[in-house]
Design a protein around this ligand. Structure first.
Ligand SMILES: [Zn+2]
Length: 417
């Protein structure tokens, strides 16, 4: 077996890894770099037997739009629907015509001479997988992105107990090799932090987070409920939650008590256009929304700001707060703090502008989607791999301090097993 990390040995994101055996070539992830620097699929992508996408973050699937449609694509069904939804609502406004073969946890399949078993991962994006690859007597695990402190932390325990011992190599993501995990060590602590922040505010409470971070949406719903408030979302978020129902009936849905959808006035108009123009993609979603009785107007927020926890994009949160002058507010910022750092490639000026508003408290309540170093060590300690290969990290040379048998690769370098 031959492993080549085309991109990802020196950066967080842009993941693109090749595994080859006996002429069968697989590409694991096809991501765009997080700093938006130019990136391409391998030039001979037509020669690959398949492309496996671990989850619906763009630093893992962003290049799929350039993938020739006759190269087989494998991805979680809901993860693919999330990626398509993001295109419709916030990006290009069109759908990709690829037809991915859905991945299912524990269901082994063969691509040419390589056997693949997806393992469910605890990550900030749902329907996320790592891949166990077996060929020619060699066994390799590609972790994708994962953690052990989300709402699905049991999947991490499962991984530690079920992956084959003494496998030949593990390709180990190391986003957090040099980072602490903020003040909130787990998704449970995020929920507690939100409860505390909501209860301390008598005016309006706003939340800025990724709609596709389903663990976070569950935390927000639970925190709102425990604080006697109703969670308000936009139509995009309502749709994402509807898709996520396929994964678990415990994910809040637009029909639930304690949920409202901001479905009128300015924030909604653009969303309606997207839904109506792609009726076959959205099925009966709009009708369900009308039938739910959970529609809300902006005026409802203005009339009763203390009734709600309002989850909207940074743009619409700023707009709504501007319409409520003189009312006290708390803004819960629930994303990576790096987006707020001016002068970096990831800087988000609109999100940063939520900080320092008059009569407003800004609170950072977030936990990472990635495993802290102690949990990376737990996984390696359980699996006892013959070789640990760093990727999805800015600190590959630090691995040897914490793991045995580290083999550091550069982008494009071939590793023979
Ligand atoms: Zn990710």
């Amino acid at each position: 077996m031959r492993i080549t990390i085309h991109r990802g040995t020196n950066e967080i994101g842009g993941s693109c890894v090749e595994v080859e055996y006996n002429g069968t070539r697989l590409l694991l992830d096809a991501g765009t770099p997080l700093d938006d620097s130019p990136a391409a699929l391998p030039a001979d992508i037509d020669a690959y037997a398949g492309v496996l996408i671990s989850h619906s973050h763009q630093d893992h699937y962003g290049l799929v739009e350039r993938l020739p449609e006759d190269v087989p694509l494998y991805m979680g069904k809901v993860a693919w629907q999330f990626a398509q939804s993001l295109r419709l609502f916030t990006k290009t406004g069109d759908l990709l015509t690829h037809n991915p073969i859905p991945l299912e946890a524990g269901k082994t399949f063969r691509v040419g001479d390589i056997s693949v078993t997806p393992y469910l991962a605890d990550h900030s994006s749902p329907d996320a997988f790592g891949f166990l690859l077996e060929a020619g007597g060699r066994v390799v695990y590609y972790t994708g992105d994962f953690r052990a402190h989300g709402r699905k932390s049991k999947t991490f325990d499962y991984l530690c107990s079920r992956l084959p011992r003494k496998m030949d190599a593990i390709l180990l993501e190391g986003t957090m090799m040099d980072r602490g995990n903020s003040a909130f060590a787990s998704e449970r602590e995020v929920e507690e932090g939100m409860v505390e922040a909501i209860r301390a505010e008598s005016g309006i409470v706003c939340l800025n987070c990724s709609a596709q971070n389903i663990d976070r949406m569950v935390s927000a719903f639970r925190a709102a409920k425990r604080s006697g408030r109703i969670l308000v979302v936009d139509i995009y978020t309502a749709w994402i939650l509807r898709l996520a129902q396929q994964l678990s009936a415990n994910i809040p849905d637009i029909n639930w008590d304690g949920m409202r959808v901001l479905s009128h006035n300015r924030p909604a108009a653009g969303y309606y256009r997207n839904v109506k123009e792609h009726a076959e993609f959205f099925g009966g979603f709009l009708q369900d929304l009308y039938n739910s009785g959970n529609e809300l107007w902006v005026q409802n927020l203005v009339d009763s700001p203390s009734k709600y926890l309002i989850k909207l994009s940074d743009y619409w949160l700023a707009d709504i707060l501007d319409r409520l002058p003189g009312i006290s507010s708390t803004i819960i910022y629930s994303q990576w703090a790096g987006y707020l750092e001016e002068g970096t490639p990831q800087y988000n000026a609109k999100a940063a502008s939520l900080k320092g508003r008059e009569n407003s408290t800004f609170r950072l309540i977030h936990t990472s989607g990635h495993a802290v170093r102690e949990d990376l060590m737990r996984l390696v300690g359980s699996v006892e791999p013959q070789t640990v290969i760093p990727l999805h990290t800015e600190h590959k040379n630090a691995y040897a301090e914490y793991f045995p048998n580290v083999h550091v690769l550069d982008d494009g370098e071939v590793f023979e097993l």
